[in-house]
Design a protein around this ligand. Sequence first.
Ligand code: FMN
Length: 246
Amino acid sequence: MKLVETLKEDKMSRAVAINGSPRRQHGDTAMLLAPLMQGMIDAGCDVELSYAVDLKVKSCNCANMYCWYKKPGNCCLKDDMNLLYPRLWDADILILATPVYIPLPGEMQNIINRLCPLLEPLLETRGGRTRARFRKDVKIRKILLVSTGGWWEKGNFETVVTIARELAEDASVEFAGAVIRPHAFLMKQKGKLTSEGEIVVEATRRAGEELVQNGAISQETLDTISRPLIPESELRGVYNRLIPQQ
Ligand SMILES: Cc1cc2nc3c(=O)[nH]c(=O)nc-3n(C[C@H](O)[C@H](O)[C@H](O)COP(=O)(O)O)c2cc1C
């Protein structure tokens, strides 16, 4: 099984994307991540993609912060994080792409926990919060969140956005924002993108381009990506009709 796909090489900036959806390239998260990555590639960025479920990553369990206080920068666990670490070390942008799973799929959470060796074990207080920094040899300067959910409202993403933002702030890098798509499954009907779905996909491609070209994604683009596709009551009806009748 191919764990990492290199999509384009020999470009000026590099990004590593981790897709946490168990549905891999067939899922809603991939429906957003693929055009985003394409936009980044078109703008001249190298992008590498890994699916969290294809990586065998154990949960962080040494319980004594080995990677900080025993052997800084090294994790004592031996598994597929060793494939990911060198790529992360060398990336300018980290993209965490995930469905909302109250809050995260387990594989994605394991990977986030296992980022600890990338951090310098020196604590500082900034804005009243205890923070660290990425190690000097870690290039990551931005962390971007891409997330899809099934429910109607954007508020449903708050926990996942907080996790990604806290990670960026703990590591003292820029949180490059949250590309979020509520009720993402409605972008398709009978397996084909709807006209609204196409607008969202195009805006997501533009988001990737803007991130690389301008260093940031415009609010207008983010709003287009996350705009409502149907009224809330209608979506609730779609779900509630799925309940098996007794
Ligand atoms: C275990 C589980 C928990 C979920 N929890 C939420 C949730 O809290 N909020 C939400 O909006 N969607 C929730 N969903 C729906 C998924 O986030 C949504 O369908 C997403 O678009 C799936 O993306 P994927 O196809 O890339 O896996 C949940 C789905 C599963 C399977």
